[in-house]
Design a protein around this ligand. Structure first.
Ligand code: C2E
Ligand code: CA
Ligand code: CA
Length: 477
């Protein structure tokens, strides 16, 4: 009996072993097994390099990037019109981490096979990056299908359920970028760049998005990149600021809490809304340094409040990407420790959308935060997917009724009914309510009449700089 297996040492140094197993018989009786391990790494590596040299990807056995580029160059030289697609598997790192690298490899192999089966002889596919595949197809082969339908079919074919080693069925998503020759570019290299720009733009829009390259897309891509660079520098150079907005007790009018809202005013004096730069940070890795900046800045603000005898909680907004990573917990712990502050000074606001992707991680995180004395609020309540299950499962202290239900509360009977329903639900679950965006006396009156606990809005105070907040809050005390 002979076989091949891969063994990983504790250092994760991988060797290829050939295992030969011999039974040892004494008469009719089996007395021993002899295992012979032979290190064949050198042979295996040679096989891999032979495959690579021949233009083949050693894992999936489809073409590699070099062979693909050569093929595209040839089509350009022949002046054959064609379409080029780059297909990127979404969140592949997460698949590798949650399921194992072996499962990741299995998926890549099945993915390549499906892609090959889908395209048959009508095009050429390659694996051009760790989780990136590419495909070229001549225009004259799109006989009975247009480009958009083709992409749609391709997308559904390659994302159909996969079953991997341990029996789990990961949900795969793909983003696709498309460019055409000679319409968009005149060389293989630039065409690959064009398809890549379309792909980056698609990724920016979310999962399972396919986009065709255009000049407009190129401009957008460029502008986003510039803004991203500016934001990176702004975080590094400490150009962002925290503004505070009070949250008041609706029955006494006292300031009970405040929300920290980030502000970005560029050195040229341009105001960039958090509704632009927060999503930008979330879509890039910048949300992590931003989160670090935010928590430290929030601790500084709490210190300033305490120094002015304002012992109130300060709420920070936490976005989805931060929550899916437990590093956030360490950041918060460290910042509180460095500033020697108790968790009872801090509160976090999350939107419902974060529960959809990672309920388990969120549950761990929230319980840990709670154990530190930090309270948890659900932001923009009512606008998300509003599954009430998590309200029972997770440790939640407050719901913030979204501004959109408050802004027309005087006249809109639907909004009145929704707000009343949320208030009823919260009182049954022993959760407090903060109504956001209160701008008028009438809105305040309605909320007071229906026993809403807290309120926030321009009626009381717009978000202002910390020093201004302190002097105003001292007056309202
Ligand atoms: P949000 O968490 O729902 O914040 C409340 C937003 O409503 C703030 O806008 C605030 O200025 C605004 N607002 C408060 N009262 C009123 C009112 O009476 N009328 C009206 N029309 N608006 C009111 P802002 O500061 O522009 O923030 C927008 C969003 O950006 C926030 O929505 C939040 O999702 C995000 N954001 C802001 N700062 C941060 C941050 O530090 N971290 C993260 N992750 N997100 C942040
Ligand atoms: Ca908020
Ligand atoms: Ca909100």
């Amino acid at each position: 009996m002979a076989g091949r297996d891969i063994l990983a040492t504790v250092d994760d140094y991988k060797v290829w072993l050939q295992v030969t197993i011999h039974p040892v018989l004494h008469g009719d009786e089996l007395t021993h097994w002899v295992y012979l391990f032979t290190d064949i790494t050198h042979i295996h590596n040679r096989e891999e390099s032979v495959l690579t040299a021949s233009g083949m990807d050693s894992l999936t056995k489809v073409a590699n990037r070099n062979l693909f580029t050569d093929t595209v160059r040839r089509l350009v030289q022949e002046d054959t019109p064609f379409k080029l697609f780059i297909i990127d598997i979404c969140d592949f790192k997460k698949i590798n981490e949650t399921l194992s690298y072996q499962s990741g490899d299995e998926i890549l192999k099945s993915f390549a096979l499906r892609l090959q089966t889908f395209i048959g002889n009508s095009g050429f596919i390659a694996r051009i990056g760790s989780n990136e595949f590419a495909l070229v197809k001549r225009l004259d082969t799109f006989t009975d299908v247009n480009g958009a339908d083709y992409v749609h079919q391709l997308q559904s074919k390659v994302t159909q359920t996969y079953t991997v080693l341990n029996g789990s069925e990961p949900n795969l998503g793909v983003n696709i970028g498309e460019a055409s020759f000679p319409e968009h570019c005149s060389s293989a290299e630039t065409l690959l760049q064009c398809a890549d720009i379309a792909l980056q733009a698609a990724k920016y829009q979310g999962r399972n998005v396919a986009l065709v390259y255009s000049d407009e897309l190129h401009k957008q891509h460029h502008a986003i990149h510039e803004l991203e660079t500016e934001l990176r520098n702004a975080i590094k150079n400490n150009e962002l600021k925290l503004f505070l907005q009070p949250i008041v007790d609706l029955s006494s009018g006292k300031v009970v809490k405040c929300e920290a809202l980030a502000r970005w005013i560029t050195p040229e004096g341009k105001f960039i809304s958090p509704e632009i730069f927060i999503p930008l940070a979330e879509k890039s890795e910048l949300i992590f340094p931003f989160g670090e900046w935010l928590i430290n800045e929030a601790c500084d603000a709490i210190e300033a409040l305490k120094a002015s005898n304002l012992d109130i909680r300060l709420a920070i907004n936490i976005s989805g990407r931060q929550v899916s990573d437990l590093a956030l917990l360490t950041q918060i712990k460290n910042a509180l420790e460095d500033h020697q502050l108790p968790g009872s000074n801090l509160s976090i606001e999350l939107t419902e959308s974060v529960f959809v992707e990672s309920l388990d991680t969120v549950s761990v995180l929230l319980n840990e935060l709670r154990a530190m004395g930090i309270t948890v609020s659900i932001d923009d309540f009512g606008t998300g997917f509003s599954s009430l299950v998590y309200l029972k499962k997770l440790p939640i202290d407050e719901l913030k009724i979204d501004r959109s239900f408050v802004s027309e509360l005087e006249n809109n009977t639907d909004d009145q009914a929704i707000v009343q329903a949320i208030l009823g639900l919260a009182s049954n679950l022993n959760i407090k309510i903060i109504a956001e965006g209160i701008e008028t006396q009438q809105q305040q009156q309605f909320l007071q009449n229906h026993h809403c606990t807290y309120g926030q809005g321009y009626l009381y105070q717009r978000p202002v700089e910390i020093s201004e907040f302190i002097s105003l809050a001292q007056k309202l005390r």
